[in-house]
Structures are given as C-alpha cells and as structure tokens.
Design a protein around this ligand. Sequence first.
Ligand code: PLP
Length: 423
Amino acid sequence: MQLDDATPDQLQALEARLAADHQAFVDRGLALDLTRGKPSAEQLTLSDALDGILQGDYRAGDGTDTRNYGGLDGLPEARRLGAALMGVDAGDVLVGGNSSLTLMYQAMLVAHRFGLAGPDSAWSRQGTVKVLCPVPGYDRHFTVCEQLGIEMVTVDMTAGGPDMDRVEALLAADPSIKAMWCVPKYSNPTGVVYSDATVERIAGLGRIAGEGFRVFWDNAYAVHDLRGFRPLASISEACARQGTQDSVLQFGSTSKITHAGSGVAFMAASALNLGGFKRFLNACTIGPDKVNQLRTVRLLPDRDALMAHMQRHAEVLAPRFKVVLDTLDAHFADSDLGRWERPDGGYFVSFDTRPGVASAAVALAAAAGVKLTPAGATFPHGHDPLDRNIRIAPSVPTLPELEVAMQVFVTCVKLASVRAALA
Ligand code: PLP
C-alpha cells in the first residue's frame, strides 16, 4: 500500500473497509497485552528447579553460611557468574539484589549526589547535569533521570548503535553532560547490537568528556540470543587499551534468565567506582540476599549451563518473534506504512509508523482490546517528537493470542495511517 499515490476517493474507500475490520475486532471483546517485556510463564518454568535446589545446604564454596548477614560484594561464585554473563573479571563484579535497575538507579544517585570518586566529584556540585539518551530507548532509564532532576539529551540510534559523531560532538561541546545510557546488545527496543567500532568509540568518550563522565552500560540482554550466541566487543578491553577504565559502569542480571522477580543483579566497574558505590551501599544494607545468589549459582554453575539454559528460552521466544516479523512482512513489506528491525535477540521489535501516526494506532489497538506500550514511552518524558515509534513485546501472549494481536496491530496501523493521510 502506497498511500501517497492514492486518490481521495480511494483513501475514503480504504478507510471504510479498515474501520469495518477494526470494528469486527472491537466486537470480539479481546483482552491481549503486548506491553512489557516480561518472560512468559513457559519461560519462568524453565527455572522452577530453583525452588528447593539448596536441599538444606546453605554453605557457599568458601564456607560462608549464606543465611546470615554480610558480604557486600556478593558470593565469590555469584561474582563469577556475573563475570561469565558480562565478559568481565570476577574481581570487578559486585552482586546486588534482584534488580539491575536498582543498581543503575543507585549508581546514578551516588554519582550525582555523593560522587563516585569522593564528595568533590559529585555531579550536583557542578551545576546543570545532563545525560545522553540514545532514542528510541528504555523508558525506565529516562525515569531515573527524571526523578533525579537530570536533563536528558537525545541522540538517534543507527544500525550500529548510537550516532557516535553526534555523541562525540555533544560531549566535546558541553562539559555538563555527565553520563550516557547504553543497552549495547539487543538494545531496548531496537534490537540493535553495537558494532565493534561503536564500542571502541564509547570506550574513548572518557577522554573527550568533562570531569566525572560515566557510561551506564546496561547489558541486560547479554546472553538473550534467538539464533546462537552473538558476540559483543568487550568494553572493558577497549577501556583498558584507552586508559578509560573509570568511565564505564556495567550492569546485568538474571531477571530474564531465571525468575524475573527473584533474579540476581550485577554491577562491574573499576576499583575506584566500586569503592565509591560501596561507601553508599554500606549505609543502605548489611548485605544482599546470598541465599538467592547461591540458589542461582547452583542452577547455573558455569557458562555452559547458562548458555544451555538460554537456548531453552530461545526455543520458546523465537516462534513468537517469527509471528511478529512474518505478520509485519506480509502487511507492510511493499508499503511505506512502517519500518522495523529484525532483532536476533532481546525482548522487543521496534516499529516506526509514518510520522504522526503512532499514538492514534495505539489508541485504536486499545479500543480493540490489544494493549500496547504507550506511544512515546521510548523517548524521554514520554514524548516522541515524530510520534512514530511503537515497541512490540511478544514474549507473554501465547502463539494463537499473538497471531490475533498482530492482526489487530496491522489493522490499527493501516487505519491510523489512512486517517492521517485524509486529514
Ligand atoms: N535494562 C533493560 C534494558 C531492560 O529492558 C530491563 C527490563 O526490561 C531492565 C534493565 C530491568 O532489569 P532488572 O530486572 O535487572 O532490574
């Protein structure tokens, strides 16, 4: 369908047909949900052996009784799991509670309010604070900045990661930019994997940026491949080559590996950064949930076990991504109504409508009983200046539900596009 070639009469006829199709979905009283990227029940079940796995043996490898207080860095075997997950040295890893988002929030709070390198390094002492946000991006990263009163500066994503010419130019010109969010593998929502050149350039940002700059490297989808393991260039090695080890904080978790609500979160950073972070953490907690760390490591004792487990996730997820991509291909491949990525992993398909159409399409889908993430959610303050990005999260619905939800989706995108062309 090429809307720009259609006459007004043809557009009117198309609108009437699509509106009837849409009404037919409304009449079915559907209740389907393509919003948050959560594991499905089928995926959660893959880790049910966690329950009871300790069989009364609470001792960690070094003899620690995990039921007791203490151990701010996490159990040694949990640090090794984090190291295997993120491709870093175990000595650089701190193991937290169940959420890497909490660690990211806390790390940004420490950098802003207390200073990772001591009180003088606190961003808040230097006036206005800005953070670079590649867009479309992860809504909760933006919420962290919003809550801490940090300004967000957007940078477009490209097929190889953030637009690095723009990133470098912005940093060279503005020392009040203190950080940058990155989801380097299967980026939320575009599914892009940062190219080797992008990783190398990000490792070099610490030399261009002002004092105290930190990259928040949220490697949430490090092993979440749908079609075999896809390597990501090592940011740690690139930083070591360039002498910028203090400029990057890395994060990951088992949230989408084991049970999402009771995973284990990791942060990897230089000794300076971990020291600053732990000064803060020490005031918040006497130690993390080491029993859960031990359960997780018993389930996933080494990288081979981790990768075999992720293969089972892929077997559940891959058919769902196929439904989404096949439906988009069937309806939009030869039209200008949408553009989308073909991710090899992660949890999302990012779909761009024609400008000015996304929120109307999302509203039409809601009226037909299909919940989509609000249009704009992938941009700071929920505002997509071109109103065109929609994040599709296919993991939770069953395959038959997803088939229906995608039929509704394409109908709504077409109807909203035709109405916009008529307006
Ligand atoms: N980072 C990204 C990019 C995510 O997409 C998500 C969840 O959707 C998270 C972090 C949340 O991680 P956690 O469950 O470890 O807090």
